[in-house]
Ligand binder design. Sequence first.
Ligand code: SAM
Length: 254
Amino acid sequence: MSRPRLFVPCPLAADRAIRLSEAQAHYLANVLRRKLGDWVQLFNGEDGEWQARITALSRRGGEVVALARTRAQAMEEGPILLAPVLRRDTTEWMVEKATELGAAAILLTTTARSAVTRTNPTRLAAIATEAAEQCGRLTVPRIDPPQPLDRRLADWPEALPLVVCDETGASPPLASVLAGLPPAARPPAVLVGPEGGFEPGELDRLRDLPFSLPASLGSRILRAETAALTSLALVQALTRDWCGPQVPSLSVPT
Ligand code: SAM
């Protein structure tokens, strides 16, 4: 029987009892049919992954006791995604998939042609948490509510390259842009435009920024969410994430 993974927003240590929310208790008891004494896995973004046993389950919540750490905390320094704000369901899908692909943070960003400028931060945080639980990450990416591009770039760290996904065909392919980067501690961030694309003047200003790396994803015009996930996957595959050592599992109690 697979062990459910839960994110818990509290410190994890041996023999520590951790309270579960109503939703987590409902999920364990009624969706997964878990009982007292069953195992779960816990993570909190800081203390690695822990095996824990269920010690209480009720309609009002539950409790688990952490017993042994099975994975040490890893840095998980994935790319930061400056993501367009799209229709609600599309934004939610993009946040889920970007979490699975290892985005370190998803900074929702509006540009001149953004048709949607609002999101539901609580729901997006819940979607990112569920995706992190499902895919085995040890961290949940921060989802930043929408902000205009100018504000995002106002104090951008010059040492962090920003891949600008440029659909005009005027930029070199992303794979060759990434191949030209020196080895670095962290991967470049990625910026994708909204459904209507970037305005020409906006793109010119972006190209002039000292940290920007304009790049093409091929000759076809991709939907914004496809471009976001494709560029994340390429950055992950061609920089360190998919090539580096996996975080080793420690011994698992039975
Ligand atoms: N307005 C554009 C058009 O109709 O020609 C389409 C914009 S596209 C749906 C949304 C965003 O996805 C673009 O601003 C760009 O950031 C990214 N994108 C889509 N296709 C791309 C490609 N082939 N290369 C690079 N970026 C792309």
